[in-house]
Structure formats: structure tokens, C-alpha cells
Design a protein around this ligand. Structure first.
Ligand SMILES: Nc1ncnc2c1ncn2[C@@H]1O[C@H](COP(=O)(O)OP(=O)(O)OP(=O)(O)O)[C@@H](O)[C@H]1O
Ligand SMILES: Nc1ncnc2c1ncn2[C@@H]1O[C@H](COP(=O)(O)OP(=O)(O)OP(=O)(O)O)[C@@H](O)[C@H]1O
Ligand SMILES: [Mg+2]
Ligand SMILES: [Mg+2]
Lengths: 229, 229
């Protein structure tokens, strides 16, 4: 469902080039539970942002469901993201003036087939299953770090997207809460065949994954062998 | 060095009271390496903010080095914080328009005994030991999540404060980088007798700690026995 071909990402900073990603080629199968591991600064968030069409590669191509995303207009990309990609950001990116419930509801507003009552039920359901039923009316600054992370998780899952991109979704969670979240995602993966792509430092997410790749200094490594070799 | 006496913290939200901390009494010895563990939403950040004088309790008293902090004027508190408390925030709170080096230097500007050259050396040293020597000129939005966390860590350590308050300092770090940070902090703790108070979900920080307390739903628990009973 996701094909990444010879993708590189370069930044220019103070006259120097920073190579965040170097010639990445990777096929991600439909319905997989994939963990991307690697040291801090190795390129995980950068890769997720490219897959999620929030950023564009410096070179190479990315295909979502067989379609080349570089062919798409900004409007088409926005529509693709709204409908089929749920993104859980490393820094959550919640809207500060909205409550937890309003934050989770926000992406649902773009799904025209839902009325207000259905949206309310769905928001209620997803906040309940991440353990935040009693915090629905809190705004982000009235929530703990791990509660904000769970609002971001509920928001991404609520649209029931084809692909969930989760950037370190358990970083701010204790063991018990983190385990519950992983279980929830595995359950959605099994039942709805949702593709899950994680960037993670958490050993438990890696153990739960059916496939694992490793990034080091912008290059893909797999089991000590560079992919494609 | 830190004494917390019958401290409670309450919020009013939508006509309801939220009890974030309930009657906390705790003595924290000079030079201890203390880990505060507990589920997401249990009150860890709230407690750290009270100790760091960033927030005030609803009831109870907090003493730093024997002095009641509620007696102090805002100016005195600001000066106390600038000189003796290094705070590593759960959400980093870096200044977006400054580079990593400028962010680390910022609190040093309040230490009038240092000249520009000494500051430069100290900034260089602390960014180097958290592994960011090559990222000194990057701004926060040009850094990965874990790199930002390490800038926040370097910034807190650089003033060589008497007390370091670290709110989940390893949340965004891979195992290897996280271990190095814990080792660094243990070393500073041994050599300079700096008091370290962590809020953490990380088992490795808990194992490195010489003392551990647990918070659950705003109340202190220690080894299954409520403190003070
Ligand atoms: N705008 C930018 N300009 C220059 N370099 C950048 C920019 N954005 C990111 N980088 C660099 O790209 C590299 C990869 O960053 P990325 O955020 O993908 O890492 P990561 O694997 O997600 O790390 P972490 O585990 O710490 O979140 C980092 O070394 C970072 O310094
Ligand atoms: N301004 C506020 N109004 C109402 N409730 C609040 C406010 N700020 C925090 N809370 C509540 O106080 C409780 C404790 O929050 P705190 O941030 O201390 O938790 P924490 O232990 O640090 O959690 P985490 O591990 O998720 O970071 C949470 O349940 C939160 O919802
Ligand atoms: Mg990242
Ligand atoms: Mg917290």
C-alpha cells in the first residue's frame, strides 16, 4: 500500500547539506504492523512525514495505493490525507483553543457522510478507549503530557483511516497505559486491516510489530544487512 | 533540600473540582537521585512544577533549602529559579527563534560572573556531552524530537544548578542515547552533589535512582504503603 523508491531528503543549513534520508527503498504491505526503529536523529520522523505527504522528498518517488503522490495537486493531497491517513505526531499538535473532544472531532468534520450525532458517538468512543472519558472537556493545557498524547492518538484513529502513521505514540505513557494503547492498535489492525507504521524507541511496540526496519543516520538497515543488497 | 508539607493542588473546571495532588508530604534529601513514577495523569508534572516554583499549591507549604517559598516575592522566586533550579520540561519549551547554542546559553546570561568566552565554552561542552556538537546552529524546528529533548537537558545542566527537575527526560530517546544521558546525570550527581528529581516512565531511570516514590491519582504511595502511615 506504500511504496518508497530511492527517496532522499536533504536540507541546506548555513551553507552545508544535511542528509536526513539517503536513498531509501521500501515496500510496505497492506495491513502490516510495521515498526521503524533507530537512534535519535536518524530520520524516522522525516520518513513518516514523507509517507504522510506532509513533506516532499528531495529525490525519489512515493506511491500510496499505487498512485504517485508527486503527481497530485495540493488539494488532492489534502483530500487524500483527510480520508485515508491518520497521523499521530511526535509533538501531538493539538489545537490549544479546542477541548479534547473538539480536537478529536475536527478531522471528522471533513467526512461528509457523518452527521453531528454520529460524530459525537465516535468521539466519545475513541476518547473512552484511550482512557480519557472524563477529560473530554479539558483543553490541552489542562491535560498531562500522556493525556495529550492519547488525545492525538484518538484523533488519528477516529477517522478509521486506511493508514495510521504513529510517531513515537507511547513516548509519554507509563507501561500499563502504553500496553493498552498497543493492544488497541493491534486490535484495529486485525479487525479493520488498517496499516500501522510506527516510529518508536519502545521495545514493546517493536515486539508487537510483525515487521521491523531500522534506520541509522538516514539509511535503512535490516537485520544487519542493508536492504536491497 | 526540598520539603513538601501537606501540599494539595486543585483546579476548577466547568464547575467541577479536579484534585491533581492530594495532601502530599515528602522530604527530599540533598544530593539524592530521586525518581517519581506513576501512571499518566497521576500528578508528576504538577508536583515538579510546584517544587520548581513555576506554580503554587492550593494548600500546604514548600520549602527550598529551609526557606518557605510562599514568603517570596515574584522577583525573589525568579532569581531563585535562575540560580539554583534547572528544569527540563516534558514539552522542552525551547525558544523557536534561537539556535540550540543560543537556547542553552540563555539561562547563563543571568549568571553575571561569566563572560562571553566562558559562556561559549560551557555551551559547547554541554551540547557536546549530550551528543549535539554538530547541531549547535540548528533551530528547534530543524532538530528531531530527541535532539530537542537533549537541548532542553543541556540547557538545564549548563547553569550547574543545585537542583535539577527532569520531567520525563528520556521519553523521546532511543535506548543508547537515553542510557548515556542517565550516566551523565549520575556522574554530575556524584561529582557536584546536585540533587536530581525525575518524573519518569522509564524503567532504566528508576533503576538508576537511589530513591523512588510513586504517585497514583494525586496521592503518594511508597512500596504499597502510603507515606506518613
Ligand atoms: N529543517 C531542517 N534542517 C536541517 N536539518 C534538519 C531539519 N529537519 C530535520 N533535520 C535533521 O534531520 C535529521 C533527522 O531528523 P528526524 O526528526 O527524522 O529524526 P528522528 O529519527 O525522528 O529522531 P528522534 O528519535 O529524535 O525523534 C536530524 O539529524 C535533524 O537534525
Ligand atoms: N489546568 C488544569 N485544569 C484541570 N485539570 C488539570 C489542569 N492541569 C492538569 N490537570 C489534571 O491534573 C492531573 C495531573 O496532571 P500531570 O500533568 O501532573 O500528570 P502527569 O503525572 O505528569 O502525567 P503524564 O505522565 O501523562 O505526563 C491530570 O489528570 C490533568 O488532567
Ligand atoms: Mg522523531
Ligand atoms: Mg507529565
Amino acid at each position: 500500500v506504500v511504496r518508497i523508491e530511492h527517496v532522499s531528503k536533504r536540507y541546506v543549513l548555513g551553507g552545508q547539506e544535511v542528509h536526513a534520508l539517503k536513498d531509501i527503498t521500501l515496500d510496505i504491505e497492506d495491513g502490516v504492523f510495521l515498526a521503524i526503529a533507530g537512534p535519535s536523529g536518524s530520520g524516522k520522523s522525516t520518513l513518516l512525514n514523507l509517507i504522510g505527504c506532509i513533506d516532499t522528498p528531495s529525490s525519489g518517488k512515493i506511491f500510496l495505493s499505487g498512485q504517485d503522490v508527486s503527481d497530485k495537486t495540493p488539494d488532492q493531497l489534502a483530500s487524500l490525507r483527510a480520508r485515508s491517513i491518520g497521523f499521530i505526531f511526535q509533538t501531538f499538535n493539538l489545537l490549544p483553543v479546542l477541548t479534547a473532544a473538539e480536537n478529536v472531532e475536527y478531522p471528522l468534520l471533513q467526512l461528509l457522510h457523518m452527521d453531528a450525532e454520529e460524530r459525537r458517538e465516535r468521539v466519545h468512543y475513541f476518547l473512552k478507549i484511550v482512557g480519557l472519558a472524563e477529560k473530554m472537556r479539558h483543553r490541552p493545557n489542562e491535560l498531562s503530557g500522556g493525556q495529550r498524547q492519547r488525545v492525538a492518538i484518538a484523533r488519528a484513529l477516529a477517522i478509521e483511516p486506511a493508514i495510521v502513521l504513529a510517531d513515537e505514540p507511547t513516548a509519554n505513557l507509563d507501561r500499563k497505559t502504553g500496553d493498552a494503547i498497543i493492544e488497541l492498535m493491534k486490535d484495529i489492525n486485525r479487525r479493520l486491516k488498517t496499516t500501522f507504521i510506527f516510529s518508536t524507541h519502545d521495545q514493546r511496540v517493536m515486539s508487537a510489530a510483525d515487521r521491523q526496519v531500522r534506520i541509522e543516520d538516514g539509511s535503512l538497515r535490516m537485520l544487519g544487512v542493508r536492504t536491497g543488497e
